[in-house]
Write a protein that binds this ligand. Structure first.
Ligand SMILES: Cc1cc2nc3c(=O)[nH]c(=O)nc-3n(C[C@H](O)[C@H](O)[C@H](O)COP(=O)(O)OP(=O)(O)OC[C@H]3O[C@@H](n4cnc5c(N)ncnc54)[C@H](O)[C@@H]3O)c2cc1C
Length: 555
């Protein structure tokens, strides 16, 4: 028998959104909970993220009278996700849509505030069950001082690099602060909030870091044990049941007993080059471009697979096309340009191949699909001087592209499209013909080829000051600019197959006793698509909640 160094009812591996929500729900029901995190700071990719949660029929929508229902959510998932195998079975979709809103209500009851992200449309609002008013919510900024001795324990959030206490739903307005009175006023509010926070000597955490910090506070108040610097290496199986884990804590080996269950929330394997090469199939990837947290290395997923767990969707990721050469820690560089007027994406033939304003996951997948016929990994972002004059980026104001972008060659420029194409290895004739056709229609605000700028989602991310279509404008003013775009990602989203309770399934589709999982270590209920802003954190939190309740017999 194993000699245990510590014992708890529920042992949770990983401190992201799934791990923390499970910890506090379990602790609230009276369980003894231990949360293990291998990194020095807590929160994983969830803390680094926008912290947006996509939850159909959530309690904030109900309170504000925004029409939605469980049935609408089911219809929407049926239409946009389609058949993605057992990870997105009807039972799991139903569980997601049932547990998710309950989970948000319970967090609210525990004192965690959320606000809606009005206008942040579903990514496919025109599909059956789609919602253009937006089903996404987020936490307002949080003063880390409230965490006392844990105030530096959370991974810094998305806005730390920008220096403003900005909510994620405000980012699209702030990046267009100079384009309309409404966006200017939202930006002024953000500046004011930041200044007041500084005057009050607050340490404001925003976005995903706020979500994590707020959940951490509730968990600590309920005596959840939190161990950082503790890397789980293996699972302990006795008589066919998972009864604990083996880990390295500050370099020393420890065995930890789980009296009721082990819940795996250790994220995906975005940074594990070997696993990505092995599993990425038709979407070849070697971990070079990912923006996921550095702890996303897959060893816990591999340990579960060794134990007999079944996996699916391992070739899939939350794709995020990015100009990696130009990226900054917030990701808010030229990568966002594709959704603005005066910008297109082209392949090596100089041809467009996708609605550039569609979701990052869809555009990433389109790059891989196109690459089978014409080189599109990388593809190229093409913008004109009108774009440069109009738009701000995190590190540049309108009218200025940072010198280092041009000096490094990451951003290329030429006075004609043909010259630009030659510099980039793009077919000059192809690019010229594409831009000519695009411009003719863009002037009128239409895109007969890909329908860009038609959906509420496209339009909510476009330029509010541009007419007639906020997403479309001609590429006509020299000089022209080009930057390489690669299929980066914010994490992998394939992994262990779990049932509607979050139980890990074996090769015969039977639950492995004592073992639960959620988040990027699992095959997501979202399948191979991205329904709306926050679908990934919603996935990890809803099934973290479901798993904790089932494991402790309360759900
Ligand atoms: C910049 C950025 C912005 C994003 N914005 C959004 C957004 O707004 N909305 C959204 O839905 N998604 C967003 N995402 C994606 C989303 O953050 C992740 O997909 C999601 O948070 C993953 O949650 P998780 O619980 O699976 O894992 P994580 O939050 O990554 O947590 C996993 C934790 O497990 C730890 N761990 C790993 N291995 C071990 C081990 N062996 N032992 C102990 N601990 C271990 C890791 O160190 C990590 O802390 C964003 C991601 C990024 C990077």
């Amino acid at each position: 028998m194993t000699e245990w160094d510590r014992s708890a009812d529920l042992v949770i591996v990983g401190s992201g959104g799934g791990g923390l929500v499970a910890a506090l729900v379990a602790a609230e029901s009276g369980a003894d909970v231990l949360l293990l995190e291998k990194q020095p700071k807590l929160g994983g990719s969830t803390a680094m993220s926008g912290g947006v949660i996509w939850m159909p029929d959530n309690p904030l929508m109900r309170a504000e009278g925004v029409p939605d229902s469980h049935a609408e959510g089911m219809a929407y998932l049926a239409h946009v996700v389609g058949d993605a195998g057992p990870a997105s079975s009807l039972e799991r979709r139903d569980a997601f849509l049932s547990h998710g809103p309950q989970m948000i209500s319970q967090l609210q009851d525990l004192g965690i505030p959320f606000v809606r992200c009005p206008g942040y449309s579903d990514y496919y609002p025109d599909h059956k069950g789609g919602n253009a008013a937006g089903r996404s919510i987020e936490c307002p900024p949080f003063d880390a001082h409230e965490l006392g001795e844990w105030q530096d324990a959370v991974v810094p959030g998305m806005a730390e690099g920008i220096g403003f206490a900005v909510k994620t739903n405000e980012v699209r307005a702030v990046s267009h602060y100079n384009r309309s009175l409404a966006t200017f006023l939202i930006t002024a509010r953000v500046v004011m909030r930041t200044a007041i926070g500084r005057l009050r000597r607050q340490k404001l955490l925003t976005n995903g870091a706020s979500l994590i910090a707020r959940m951490l506070k509730v968990a600590l108040d309920r005596n959840v044990g939190v161990w950082t610097h503790t890397a789980v290496a293996d699972l302990v199986l006795e008589d066919g049941r998972v009864v604990g884990v083996r880990a390295s804590r500050n370099g020393a080996s420890v065995a930890i007993e789980a009296r009721r269950a082990v819940l795996l929330c250790a994220g995906g394997f975005a940074h594990n080059a070997g696993m990505r090469r092995r599993y990425s199939g038709d979407q070849p990837n070697d971990a070079r471009w990912t923006a996921a947290n550095p702890g996303d290395t897959g060893e816990v997923l591999e340990a579960a697979i060794r134990l007999g767990a079944k996996a699916d969707l391992l070739d899939e990721a939350w794709w995020l096309p990015a100009t990696v050469e130009l990226a900054d820690p917030t990701g808010a560089s030229l990568s966002l340009a594709r959704q603005r007027p005066g910008a297109i994406l082209v392949d090596a033939a100089g041809e467009r191949f996708v609605n550039e304003s569609n979701s990052y996951v869809e555009v990433g997948k389109a790059m891989y699909a196109r690459d089978k016929h014409s080189r599109a990994v990388p593809c190229w972002l093409i913008v004109d001087d009108g774009y440069r004059r109009r738009y701000a980026h995190t590190k540049s104001r309108p009218g200025v592209f940072p010198r280092e972008w041009l000096d490094s060659g990451a951003l290329r420029t030429a006075s004609t499209l043909e010259d630009l194409a030659r510099q980039c290895g793009i077919d000059p004739g192809g690019l010229l013909a594409t831009v000519e056709r695009f411009n003719t229609h863009a002037e009128k605000g239409i895109d007969p080829d890909f329908g860009r700028g038609q959906s509420a989602y496209n339009r909510c991310l476009g330029d509010p000051g541009h007419r007639p279509n906020p997403c479309l404008g001609p590429i006509a003013r020299p000089p022209y600019y080009a930057a390489e775009v690669v299929p980066s990602d914010v994490g992998t989203c394939g992994g262990l197959l779990t049932d509607e309770h979050g139980r890990v399934l074996d090769g015969d589709d039977r639950p492995i006793p004592g073992l639960y999982a959620t988040g990027n270590i699992t095959a997501t209920v979202m399948g191979r698509t991205y329904p709306g802003a926050g679908a990934s954190i919603a996935n990890t939190m809803a099934f973290g909640y479901a798993a904790a309740r089932h494991a402790l017999g309360s759900g």
